[in-house]
Write a protein of this length. Structure first.
Length: 255
């Protein structure tokens, strides 16, 4: 399929956490809009599957198997993308993990690992990407946070702290990078059906459903379409925002 005439035709995007779930759906959404892609995660085989899906839209796609919490690997990856794909227009920081546990039983390792992957790695990518993004006329950073960063969640103090930290990073970078036309926004998904939520007990799923006004759990495409829109020229005047994409879950009790 040709990418001619599409809204992101000729743009280059990095998507982290692209091996499955929301990241894979974002990769597909950007590819369908015509963007060339650099796909980041640790699982190379799964990245190759995402690449094959993206290539069905007629775009170029690189796979970059790496751990996002490795600052040198991140810097090298961004350099490789600009050299091989000819620049950088879009950075989607989506890689993330959870290590849940109540505060009194939470190990320092579980705290640090979540902060390293869900927050510090985003700093690594933004720092490495800032210069090439400023050269783009349509620079975009989208940070995938969570409504847990807004409303909190028992058993997720580490994750909520990291995801709330992304709001401050997003707003600060919106101010730092706006002068060259780069926008920086965060999306805050609610309950989305992926590997991350697959092992949650049925009771939590049922209770979550009761608190969602649109009365269904989310799917990766719900997030991917909003990220796709934020990358388009039509969203050029939107920056520094945190956009919940949660079926209304963060509004509080239903009915
Ligand atoms: P997922 O299915 O578990 O996917 C997580 C992705 O992150 C995978 O591609 C994984 O790839 C990558 N990743 C994790 N640690 C990494 C590391 N150290 N280095 C490189 N890549 C790493 O989760 P998901 O539900 O799609 O979540 C995507 C994002 O949405 C996350 O930031 C998550 O916090 C956020 N979110 C999800 C929900 C939800 O309900 N699902 C709600 C709110 C926010 P590898 O394992 O191959 O490295």
């Amino acid at each position: 399929m040709s990418s001619e005439g599409k809204s992101l035709q000729g743009r280059v995007a990095i998507v982290t956490g692209a091996s499955r779930g929301i990241g894979r759906a974002i990769a597909e959404s950007l590819a369908q809009r015509g963007a060339d892609l650099a796909l980041v995660a640790r699982n190379e085989e799964a990245l190759n599957e995402t690449r094959a899906l993206a290539e069905q839209s007629g775009v170029r796609a690189l796979t970059l198997p790496l751990d996002v919490s490795d600052a040198d690997a991140v810097k090298g990856a961004v350099e490789q993308v600009t050299a091989e794909l000819g620049g950088l227009d879009i950075l989607v920081n989506n890689a993330g993990l959870t290590r849940d546990g109540l505060l009194m039983r939470m190990s320092e390792e579980d705290w640090t690992q979540v902060l390293d992957v869900d927050l510090k790695a985003v700093f690594y990518f933004c720092r490495a990407a800032a210069r090439p993004l400023r050269k783009s006329a349509h620079g975009r950073i989208i940070n995938v946070s969570s409504i847990v960063g807004i409303i909190g969640n028992a058993g997720q103090a580490n994750y909520a702290s990291a995801k709330a930290g992304l709001f401050g990073l997003t707003r600060s970078l919106a101010k730092e990078l706006g002068g060259k036309g780069t926008t920086v926004n965060a999306v805050a998904p609610g309950f989305i059906e992926t590997d991350m939520t697959a092992s949650l007990p049925q009771e939590i799923r049922d209770n979550s459903l009761k608190s969602i006004p649109v009365q269904r759990l989310g799917v990766p495409r719900d997030i991917a379409e909003v990220v796709g829109f934020l990358c388009e020229d039509g969203a050029a005047y939107v920056t520094g925002t945190v956009l919940p994409v949660d079926g209304g879950m963060s509004l509080g009790s239903v009915g």
